[in-house]
Design a protein around this ligand. Sequence first.
Ligand SMILES: C[S@@+](CC[C@H](N)C(=O)[O-])C[C@H]1O[C@@H](n2cnc3c(N)ncnc32)[C@H](O)[C@@H]1O
Length: 246
Amino acid sequence: MLNQLKTLINVLLKPYRITKRFYEIISSQKLTNDQQLKKLLEYFQADVYGHQANIATADLGYGFIHYGLLRQLKPKTVLCIGSRYGFIPAVLASACKDNGFGQVYFVDAGLDDTNSGAYTGKGFWRKPEGMKIFEKFGLGGFITIFVTKTKSFAKLYPDLVFDYIYVDGDHSYRGAKFDFMTFWPRLLPNGLMAFHDSSIKERLIEGDYGVWRVLKAELKKRAAVVFPSLTAGLTLIQKPVSLRSK
Ligand SMILES: C[S@@+](CC[C@H](N)C(=O)[O-])C[C@H]1O[C@@H](n2cnc3c(N)ncnc32)[C@H](O)[C@@H]1O
């Protein structure tokens, strides 16, 4: 009876095992490691809609753009402003880790929905699990967390310059303009400044989105790459070679 039951279970599981094996073979031939990508997406609770990502297919969405750029640019210093649970900061730190060097300065005020200007923040960076999350994922040496507003961070490190800047903090027109005006002069020549949520042009429950307005003026003057989307959008602008503070 027991043997018959075992045989039945084996027969039932066979298609599943074949599918799993097939998936393993296909995955092992990919340039990327699906298991590691899924682990990262799940561990940092990626906002899949906001970043055009998909956990089931190990798709980092916009994360692939940031990862690819950092692998090629090989930055020494990266500034990352704002994240709910750490998805994009983890992608940036992973790229530095895979390069073998580089440091991500991750700045988030640790706001949640009891504060104005949280923009869907969960107060995660004020909690002990938030402070330890990158270390636990093996990224500790490549990222440092600053639980503060960008205004205080800018004063704390007035001489720090960056090769790559990612902006996803205060999404109001004033907030996004402040981050642009403060950190654009600190971007090195040829460096890139990336803005998340550049497609949202309305007031949502969490607040008014004004990133697009800041960029509207800048896009007339600068080289840019725009990834429009209904759910968020991503825009990258590049610092001209000889105009460090312009
Ligand atoms: C939660 S993110 C937006 C979601 C994000 N798109 C994601 O994928 O996780 C916005 C974050 O910006 C932070 N923030 C808001 N204003 C800030 C400021 N002035 N300086 C630094 N961080 C700020 C909030 O604490 C919040 O965690």
